[in-house]
Design a protein around this ligand. Structure first.
Ligand SMILES: *Cc1c(COP(=O)(O)O)cnc(C)c1O
Length: 422
């Protein structure tokens, strides 16, 4: 059965924007930061901004605090002595939502480009109006490399057969394929091992079907070994200079090395965590070196307030039992939204400037709070489960109290929750 077709098929839309954006990106007149408002139906659930958020909404939403992101980006740029930032927005922006975070970061003058690890993420950010360079820090199939090239997205290569695959993609495109070379200097995760990179680099740089736009490596966050990695990378770079092989923009430093290894800042720095307010990612002392702010709130509205008499219970198997007359409030937010079940009995929630303990369990989609003997909370009040507004609800506090770690909190924010930039 035929379904009515959308006015502009998705692929065609991507091709059109890719072509248009390619021009903008290469001429340097980036106009990122706008969110595409046309093309109804082209954005998936969990999309950029206020699309599914209404002021009356009870269900949870994520707020992205523009001022805090700006602060963190400026701090990163300061640590990098003004070098541009290649902002890492991978894994759905570490859980916070790439369709919202990508354009937000790309709109800042200190951000020179965006890096992701999945092709889909890069395409989603292009769809959302990001016009600055995007690097995908992963190898792709020929089809994926072609698709990236058509949307002015830079794939990375590190496999031995990259020259052959790029030749084939270049034939399809009728032009050289812009790529970034990922060199493994001893992490043994991704990258072409530095020990056998020379002939491979030579072939790629000298070929007519490749345009080497940049070259990079990844550090292991151990300062002694980092210096060894740096020496290996430097030796390769010196060899390439000696051979007159241009390697494009050089970058190497994620957050830890942004803080701790200034000699590796090269042309751009490549932090993710620091921009997301995770000062722990910079190691000990990072908190004194930079003033990084929490960048998001997890909010919901109180949807029920009821009084319990002494001895009444609340939740499955009466997780909570009232030892005095008290009020309990229900929040329509739970584990599947990304609020950790370990928050029960350990965490508090901020409502109208006051803290209330999580007491009746964190279920799949519900959380019960103990309000106390006074009815200080009303249906419709906004509750902040995680956010910058009180030390007890900071992402790091929730992470510590639940034993999850910072990334263990933000990575599990449900992609479907609406994101609002405030
Ligand atoms: C994740 C990642 C980064 C960013 O690391 P952070 O610790 O979040 O700053 C940089 N480069 C590569 C290759 C990565 O995978």
């Amino acid at each position: 059965m035929d379904r009515p077709s959308s006015p502009l098929p998705r692929r065609r839309f991507l091709h059109l924007t890719g072509a248009a954006l390619g021009l903008a990106a290469t001429s340097g007149c980036a106009t990122a930061g706008r969110t595409r408002s046309t093309g109804a139906g082209l954005l998936s659930a969990g999309a950029a901004t206020d699309r599914t958020w209404t002021p009356e909404r009870f269900d949870p939403w994520i707020e992205l605090d523009r001022a805090a992101w700006t602060q963190n980006v400026r701090e990163a740029a300061r640590l990098a002595s003004g070098r541009p930032i290649l902002a890492v927005v991978k894994n759905n922006a570490y859980g916070l939502g790439d369709r919202a975070v990508g354009p937000l970061l790309a709109g800042m003058p200190e951000v020179g480009g965006i890096a992701s690890v999945r092709v889909e993420e890069a395409l989603a950010m292009r769809e959302e109006g990001v016009t600055k360079p995007i690097v995908v820090m992963a190898e792709g199939s020929e089809d994926e490399i072609e698709e990236m090239a058509r949307h002015d997205i830079l794939p990375s290569v590190w496999l031995d057969d990259a020259p052959a695959r790029l030749r084939s993609v270049s034939r399809r495109l009728g032009r050289p394929v812009p790529v970034q070379l990922f060199i493994d200097t001893g992490m043994n995760r991704e990258g072409m091992p530095y020990t056998r990179a020379r002939r491979w680099i030579e072939e790629l740089v000298q070929s007519e079907y490749v345009d080497v736009n940049g070259t990079y490596t990844m550090f292991i966050h151990d300062l002694d070994f980092n210096r060894e990695q740096l020496a290996r990378f430097e030796e390769l770079l010196a060899w390439a200079r000696g051979k007159n092989l241009p390697l494009g923009t050089l970058h190497a430093s994620p957050s830890f090395e942004l803080f701790n290894l200034p000699e590796a800042h090269y042309d751009m720095v490549r932090p993710g965590n620091a921009l997301f307010g995770n000062h722990l990612s910079g190691g000990e002392g990072a908190g004194e070196m930079a003033d990084l702010r929490p960048v998001f709130r997890m909010n919901a509205r109180v949807v029920r307030v009821e009084r319990l008499e002494p001895g009444d219970g609340a939740g499955f198997r009466h997780t909570f039992t009232a030892d005095r007359a008290t009020w309990v409030a229900l929040l329509p937010v739970g584990r599947t939204d990304g609020y950790p079940s370990e928050a029960n009995g350990t965490c508090e929630v901020l409502i109208n400037g006051r803290l209330y303990p999580v007491a009746g369990g964190v279920n799949s989609a519900h959380t019960i709070l103990d309000i106390g003997p006074e009815k200080t909370v009303e249906v419709g009040d906004v509750a902040t489960l995680i956010g910058p507004d009180h030390p007890s609800v900071l992402p790091h506090t929730v992470a510590e109290r639940t034993g999850r770690g910072f990334l263990g909190i933000i990575q599990f924010m449900n992609p479907r929750l609406p994101r609002r930039v405030v």
